[in-house]
Design a binder for this molecule. Structure first.
Ligand code: IPE
Ligand code: IPE
Ligand code: MG
Length: 249
Protein backbone atom coordinates (compact mmCIF):
# COMPACT_ATOMS: atom_id res chain seq x y z
CA UNK A 1 0.00 0.00 0.00
CA UNK A 2 1.44 3.39 -0.97
CA UNK A 3 1.50 6.20 1.58
CA UNK A 4 -1.09 8.12 -0.43
CA UNK A 5 -3.50 5.18 -0.17
CA UNK A 6 -3.24 5.29 3.62
CA UNK A 7 -4.50 8.87 3.71
CA UNK A 8 -8.17 9.41 4.49
CA UNK A 9 -9.03 11.74 1.61
CA UNK A 10 -12.12 12.95 3.45
CA UNK A 11 -10.00 14.27 6.28
CA UNK A 12 -7.06 15.96 4.61
CA UNK A 13 -6.20 19.49 5.72
CA UNK A 14 -7.92 22.04 3.52
CA UNK A 15 -4.94 24.36 4.01
CA UNK A 16 -1.29 23.40 4.53
CA UNK A 17 1.35 26.06 5.19
CA UNK A 18 5.04 25.26 4.77
CA UNK A 19 8.17 26.99 6.04
CA UNK A 20 10.57 25.77 3.35
CA UNK A 21 13.89 25.74 5.19
CA UNK A 22 17.33 24.20 4.74
CA UNK A 23 18.33 25.17 1.19
CA UNK A 24 21.60 26.71 2.36
CA UNK A 25 22.65 23.74 4.50
CA UNK A 26 21.71 21.34 1.69
CA UNK A 27 23.93 23.27 -0.75
CA UNK A 28 26.79 23.29 1.75
CA UNK A 29 26.54 19.50 2.08
CA UNK A 30 26.98 19.30 -1.71
CA UNK A 31 29.95 21.67 -1.58
CA UNK A 32 27.98 24.29 -3.51
CA UNK A 33 26.90 27.89 -2.86
CA UNK A 34 23.58 28.81 -1.25
CA UNK A 35 21.86 29.74 -4.52
CA UNK A 36 22.45 26.21 -5.80
CA UNK A 37 20.29 25.06 -2.88
CA UNK A 38 17.55 27.57 -3.64
CA UNK A 39 17.48 26.38 -7.26
CA UNK A 40 16.99 22.81 -6.15
CA UNK A 41 14.30 23.94 -3.74
CA UNK A 42 12.10 24.77 -6.76
CA UNK A 43 11.86 21.05 -7.57
CA UNK A 44 10.47 20.44 -4.08
CA UNK A 45 7.83 23.08 -4.72
CA UNK A 46 6.75 21.12 -7.81
CA UNK A 47 6.66 17.95 -5.70
CA UNK A 48 4.47 19.39 -2.94
CA UNK A 49 2.13 20.93 -5.48
CA UNK A 50 1.61 17.54 -7.13
CA UNK A 51 1.14 15.91 -3.75
CA UNK A 52 -1.35 18.57 -2.66
CA UNK A 53 -3.37 17.91 -5.82
CA UNK A 54 -3.37 14.16 -5.16
CA UNK A 55 -4.32 14.54 -1.52
CA UNK A 56 -7.24 16.96 -2.01
CA UNK A 57 -5.51 19.91 -0.34
CA UNK A 58 -7.09 23.16 -1.54
CA UNK A 59 -4.76 25.85 -0.14
CA UNK A 60 -0.98 25.56 -0.08
CA UNK A 61 0.90 28.51 1.44
CA UNK A 62 4.66 28.54 0.97
CA UNK A 63 6.97 30.87 2.90
CA UNK A 64 9.38 31.94 0.17
CA UNK A 65 10.87 35.22 1.42
CA UNK A 66 10.47 36.87 4.82
CA UNK A 67 10.93 40.55 5.61
CA UNK A 68 13.93 39.44 7.70
CA UNK A 69 15.51 37.75 4.66
CA UNK A 70 16.48 41.22 3.36
CA UNK A 71 19.28 41.03 5.92
CA UNK A 72 21.03 38.26 3.97
CA UNK A 73 24.06 38.99 1.76
CA UNK A 74 23.15 41.14 -1.26
CA UNK A 75 24.08 38.42 -3.82
CA UNK A 76 21.76 35.94 -2.14
CA UNK A 77 18.83 38.39 -1.98
CA UNK A 78 19.30 39.31 -5.65
CA UNK A 79 19.69 35.66 -6.59
CA UNK A 80 16.45 34.76 -4.80
CA UNK A 81 14.55 37.56 -6.56
CA UNK A 82 15.81 36.55 -9.97
CA UNK A 83 15.03 32.89 -9.22
CA UNK A 84 11.49 33.96 -8.37
CA UNK A 85 11.09 35.90 -11.62
CA UNK A 86 12.46 33.07 -13.77
CA UNK A 87 10.55 30.34 -12.00
CA UNK A 88 7.21 32.11 -12.22
CA UNK A 89 7.66 33.07 -15.86
CA UNK A 90 8.77 29.54 -16.79
CA UNK A 91 6.10 27.73 -14.79
CA UNK A 92 3.01 29.89 -15.15
CA UNK A 93 1.84 28.09 -18.32
CA UNK A 94 2.15 24.65 -16.75
CA UNK A 95 0.55 25.82 -13.51
CA UNK A 96 -2.34 27.23 -15.50
CA UNK A 97 -2.75 23.95 -17.38
CA UNK A 98 -2.92 22.20 -14.02
CA UNK A 99 -5.73 24.53 -12.90
CA UNK A 100 -3.52 26.07 -10.16
CA UNK A 101 -4.48 29.56 -8.98
CA UNK A 102 -1.53 31.70 -7.86
CA UNK A 103 -1.70 34.45 -5.28
CA UNK A 104 0.64 36.04 -2.75
CA UNK A 105 0.68 37.42 0.77
CA UNK A 106 3.26 40.05 1.73
CA UNK A 107 4.35 43.41 0.44
CA UNK A 108 4.86 43.05 -3.32
CA UNK A 109 5.90 46.70 -3.65
CA UNK A 110 9.16 45.97 -1.88
CA UNK A 111 10.29 43.23 -4.29
CA UNK A 112 13.24 43.81 -6.63
CA UNK A 113 13.30 44.10 -10.41
CA UNK A 114 10.45 42.51 -12.34
CA UNK A 115 9.24 40.36 -9.48
CA UNK A 116 6.07 42.33 -8.77
CA UNK A 117 5.15 42.54 -12.47
CA UNK A 118 5.77 38.82 -12.91
CA UNK A 119 3.52 38.02 -9.97
CA UNK A 120 0.72 40.32 -11.23
CA UNK A 121 0.89 38.53 -14.57
CA UNK A 122 0.67 35.13 -12.85
CA UNK A 123 -2.41 36.27 -10.85
CA UNK A 124 -4.09 37.41 -14.06
CA UNK A 125 -3.33 34.23 -16.03
CA UNK A 126 -4.46 31.86 -13.27
CA UNK A 127 -7.23 33.88 -11.60
CA UNK A 128 -10.14 31.69 -12.74
CA UNK A 129 -8.50 28.39 -11.85
CA UNK A 130 -10.33 26.22 -9.36
CA UNK A 131 -7.65 23.66 -8.46
CA UNK A 132 -4.96 24.10 -5.81
CA UNK A 133 -4.72 27.68 -4.55
CA UNK A 134 -0.97 28.30 -4.36
CA UNK A 135 -0.19 31.21 -2.03
CA UNK A 136 3.40 32.46 -1.99
CA UNK A 137 4.47 34.43 1.08
CA UNK A 138 6.82 37.03 -0.42
CA UNK A 139 8.33 39.87 1.54
CA UNK A 140 5.96 38.68 4.25
CA UNK A 141 6.07 38.77 8.00
CA UNK A 142 3.28 38.31 10.43
CA UNK A 143 4.18 41.34 12.55
CA UNK A 144 4.22 43.54 9.43
CA UNK A 145 0.78 42.23 8.47
CA UNK A 146 -0.61 42.82 11.97
CA UNK A 147 0.70 46.39 12.13
CA UNK A 148 -0.92 47.09 8.74
CA UNK A 149 -4.20 45.63 10.00
CA UNK A 150 -4.08 47.68 13.22
CA UNK A 151 -3.46 50.86 11.22
CA UNK A 152 -6.42 50.13 8.92
CA UNK A 153 -8.74 49.36 11.80
CA UNK A 154 -7.64 52.47 13.71
CA UNK A 155 -8.32 54.56 10.63
CA UNK A 156 -11.82 53.09 10.26
CA UNK A 157 -12.53 53.98 13.91
CA UNK A 158 -11.02 57.42 13.47
CA UNK A 159 -13.25 58.09 10.46
CA UNK A 160 -16.25 56.74 12.40
CA UNK A 161 -16.84 53.95 9.86
CA UNK A 162 -16.89 51.46 12.74
CA UNK A 163 -17.06 51.72 16.53
CA UNK A 164 -14.55 50.05 18.87
CA UNK A 165 -17.21 47.54 19.99
CA UNK A 166 -17.43 46.30 16.39
CA UNK A 167 -13.80 45.08 16.45
CA UNK A 168 -14.13 41.30 16.55
CA UNK A 169 -11.86 38.37 15.72
CA UNK A 170 -13.63 38.13 12.38
CA UNK A 171 -13.02 41.80 11.60
CA UNK A 172 -9.32 41.46 12.46
CA UNK A 173 -9.04 38.32 10.27
CA UNK A 174 -10.56 40.25 7.40
CA UNK A 175 -7.90 42.95 7.67
CA UNK A 176 -5.06 40.46 7.27
CA UNK A 177 -3.49 39.54 3.93
CA UNK A 178 -5.00 36.06 4.36
CA UNK A 179 -8.54 37.40 4.24
CA UNK A 180 -10.81 34.84 2.47
CA UNK A 181 -8.29 32.06 3.13
CA UNK A 182 -9.16 29.58 5.91
CA UNK A 183 -6.57 29.19 8.68
CA UNK A 184 -4.13 26.34 8.00
CA UNK A 185 -4.89 23.08 9.80
CA UNK A 186 -1.28 21.97 9.34
CA UNK A 187 2.03 23.86 9.41
CA UNK A 188 5.16 22.05 8.24
CA UNK A 189 8.72 23.25 8.82
CA UNK A 190 11.63 21.42 7.25
CA UNK A 191 15.32 21.31 8.22
CA UNK A 192 14.92 20.51 11.92
CA UNK A 193 14.33 24.08 13.10
CA UNK A 194 11.58 24.38 15.69
CA UNK A 195 10.43 27.96 15.29
CA UNK A 196 7.83 29.99 13.45
CA UNK A 197 10.05 32.85 12.18
CA UNK A 198 7.32 35.48 11.98
CA UNK A 199 4.95 33.38 9.84
CA UNK A 200 1.13 33.53 10.13
CA UNK A 201 1.11 34.14 13.89
CA UNK A 202 -2.60 34.99 14.07
CA UNK A 203 -3.67 32.26 11.64
CA UNK A 204 -1.87 29.38 13.41
CA UNK A 205 -3.65 29.84 16.74
CA UNK A 206 -5.04 26.28 16.46
CA UNK A 207 -2.84 24.80 13.75
CA UNK A 208 -1.10 21.42 14.14
CA UNK A 209 2.70 21.69 13.78
CA UNK A 210 4.84 19.13 11.97
CA UNK A 211 8.62 19.41 12.12
CA UNK A 212 10.90 17.27 10.00
CA UNK A 213 14.72 17.18 9.82
CA UNK A 214 14.56 16.79 6.03
CA UNK A 215 16.18 19.74 4.24
CA UNK A 216 13.80 21.47 1.81
CA UNK A 217 15.52 20.34 -1.45
CA UNK A 218 15.11 16.71 -0.26
CA UNK A 219 11.39 17.10 0.54
CA UNK A 220 9.34 14.97 -1.89
CA UNK A 221 5.70 14.05 -2.50
CA UNK A 222 5.76 11.18 -0.02
CA UNK A 223 7.09 13.49 2.69
CA UNK A 224 3.96 15.61 2.34
CA UNK A 225 1.84 12.46 2.56
CA UNK A 226 3.72 11.43 5.73
CA UNK A 227 2.96 14.82 7.28
CA UNK A 228 -0.73 14.47 6.39
CA UNK A 229 -0.85 10.96 7.87
CA UNK A 230 0.73 12.24 11.08
CA UNK A 231 -1.87 15.03 11.17
CA UNK A 232 -4.65 12.47 10.74
CA UNK A 233 -3.41 10.53 13.78
CA UNK A 234 -3.93 13.52 16.07
CA UNK A 235 -6.97 14.59 18.04
CA UNK A 236 -7.76 18.29 17.69
CA UNK A 237 -9.56 19.28 20.85
CA UNK A 238 -10.01 23.07 20.53
CA UNK A 239 -10.06 23.45 24.30
CA UNK A 240 -12.56 20.62 24.86
CA UNK A 241 -11.93 17.19 26.37
CA UNK A 242 -11.49 13.96 24.47
CA UNK A 243 -14.90 12.53 25.38
CA UNK A 244 -16.67 15.50 23.83
CA UNK A 245 -14.74 15.08 20.59
CA UNK A 246 -15.53 11.36 20.42
CA UNK A 247 -19.25 12.00 21.00
CA UNK A 248 -19.39 14.53 18.17
CA UNK A 249 -17.52 12.41 15.63
C1 IPE B 1 15.11 28.47 3.07
O1 IPE B 1 16.40 27.95 3.13
C2 IPE B 1 14.91 29.43 1.92
C3 IPE B 1 14.75 30.84 2.32
C4 IPE B 1 14.72 31.31 3.54
C5 IPE B 1 14.61 31.79 1.23
P1 IPE B 1 17.58 28.74 3.85
O2 IPE B 1 18.23 29.61 2.85
O3 IPE B 1 17.09 29.43 5.07
O4 IPE B 1 18.54 27.55 4.25
P2 IPE B 1 19.37 27.37 5.58
O5 IPE B 1 18.42 27.55 6.74
O6 IPE B 1 20.44 28.43 5.58
O7 IPE B 1 19.94 25.99 5.49
C1 IPE C 1 12.15 31.39 7.29
O1 IPE C 1 13.37 30.76 7.11
C2 IPE C 1 11.77 32.17 6.07
C3 IPE C 1 11.51 31.37 4.88
C4 IPE C 1 11.45 30.08 4.80
C5 IPE C 1 11.25 32.14 3.69
P1 IPE C 1 14.73 31.41 7.65
O2 IPE C 1 15.80 30.43 7.39
O3 IPE C 1 14.90 32.76 7.12
O4 IPE C 1 14.42 31.51 9.22
P2 IPE C 1 15.34 31.80 10.46
O5 IPE C 1 15.86 33.18 10.31
O6 IPE C 1 16.42 30.80 10.47
O7 IPE C 1 14.43 31.67 11.65
MG1 MG D 1 16.93 28.90 7.01
Amino acid sequence: MSILEKIDLNNTPEHIAIIMDGNGRWAKQQGENRLFGHNFGVESVREVLKAAQQANVTYLTLYAFSTENWNRPKEEVEGLMSLLVHTISNEVGELNKNNVCISTIGNLDGLLGDAKQEMLNAFEVTKDNTGVQLILALNYSSKWEMVEAIKNIAQQVDQKEISISEITEELVSNELTTKNIPDPELLIRTSGEHRVSNFLLWQIAYTEFYFTPILWPDFKQENLYEAILDYQSRERRFGMVSEQIEKNS
